[in-house]
Design a protein around this ligand. Structure first.
Ligand SMILES: [Zn+2]
Ligand SMILES: [Zn+2]
Ligand SMILES: [Zn+2]
Length: 355
């Protein structure tokens, strides 16, 4: 995540809606991938101050910003859409007659915007249902009747639905946005890391597997590294949930869950790749690590993984100094780095005119 500044010079952050110093309204410009302060023109129209590549253009607030305060992105005045590119990807929002749901929805949208920003930064295609009705990306944010009692069963059911990511639909149980429910689940599953952003990064991995690997010449290299995904998915997950990961999983996988099936190995590895790219971008922006010694889009994965190892060790040490759990509670085996290197080549090699 990059660092952004208000026109008054104050630092502003990705989810902010107002500058805390000058109180100007803020909005994120998806096409420029930056947060900016705005000048009101009346009638719901806002102007970007005269600086940068979008100077002087007029915008509206995304309707989820103006009406629900669960977004902070902008829509060009002339756009036919009321919603921003991130909000347009949500097909089903939680039932807002339930009072707690608004806050959970806000967290879900915030994590999704973060994800969409990362995907844009990497130049990855984001094809919604409006452009591709059969396989386009869409999100359903669904609630159990009782998040406390049905959460576990619901997630087990969703693991089956994950195969449905071949058609681009991502379902997120909104209980994952509830910090207490998610922490309880993390304990039950014996996990060291469970975050809303992590869920989005994992699920989008299934979407990109279908887009970038399935039915492409890359499938052979994928199978050589991750295994043959034609193995029975339902049976593999059932075995994972009844018997757990194999004893030597740490020699091959990023997480125990990655050992369950080659699709899940890909999705878990993909999530880690996004953790690494975004966290390195942030750390570089704040000068916590040296700037990369290569051009931005270079395919030098060795240098990237070297910088990452250095940063992850440092972050964990800093967290321990604060009495907090490790920020990155994983030790990746060489085999996992090979998989990440493959993902890096897939992402880096993706030919997108937007880059
Ligand atoms: Zn300001
Ligand atoms: Zn929006
Ligand atoms: Zn999955």
């Amino acid at each position: 995540m990059l660092d952004f500044y208000c026109q008054c010079g104050n630092s502003i952050f990705f989810n902010n809606t107002r500058c805390l110093r000058c109180e100007r309204r803020l909005g994120f410009l998806p096409e420029a991938r930056r947060l900016t302060s705005l000048e009101p023109l009346g009638d719901g129209r806002w102007q970007v101050p005269p600086a940068g590549s979008v100077l002087g253009r007029i915008y509206r607030l995304c309707t989820n910003y103006s009406d629900h305060n669960v977004c902070n992105w902008l829509v060009p005045e002339e756009s036919p859409h009321c919603l921003c590119p991130s909000c347009r990807l949500t097909r089903t929002i939680p039932d807002l007659t339930e009072p707690r749901h608004h806050a959970l929805w806000a967290k879900l949208e915030a994590s999704k915007r973060h994800l969409v920003y990362n995907l844009m930064q990497l130049g990855l295609p984001i094809i919604g249902r409006d452009q591709d009705p059969d396989n386009g990306l869409a999100f359903d944010f669904l609630a159990d009747r009782d998040a406390n009692t049905e959460f576990t069963e619901r997630l087990a059911g969703q693991a089956q639905i994950n195969t449905g990511h071949a058609n681009g639909l991502i379902t997120i149980n909104i209980a994952e946005a509830d910090d207490v429910a998610r922490a309880r689940m993390r304990e039950q599953m014996g996990e060291h890391y469970r975050t809303l952003l992590g869920h989005f990064r994992h699920e989008i991995g299934h979407y990109y597997w279908a887009r970038l690997i399935d039915n492409t010449p890359r499938i052979d290299e994928y199978r050589a590294l991750f295994g043959d995904e034609r193995a029975d998915y339902g049976a593999a997950l059932q075995q994972h949930y009844s018997q757990g990961a194999p004893a030597d999983w740490q020699a091959h996988f990023v997480t125990p869950y990655a050992s369950s099936h080659p699709w899940e190995d890909w999705a878990e590895s993909w999530a880690h790749y996004l953790h690494i790219r975004d966290t390195l971008e942030t750390a570089t922006e704040y000068q916590l690590v040296a700037a990369p010694p290569w051009q931005r889009d270079s395919s030098d994965f060795d240098a990237l993984s070297h910088r990452w190892t250095h940063l992850a060790i440092g972050m964990n040490a800093v967290n321990r100094s604060m009495g907090l759990p490790d920020a990155y509670p994983f030790v990746l085996p060489a085999r996992a780095y090979e998989k990440l290197g493959f993902i890096h080549r897939v992402v880096d090699g993706y030919e997108n005119p937007a880059r």
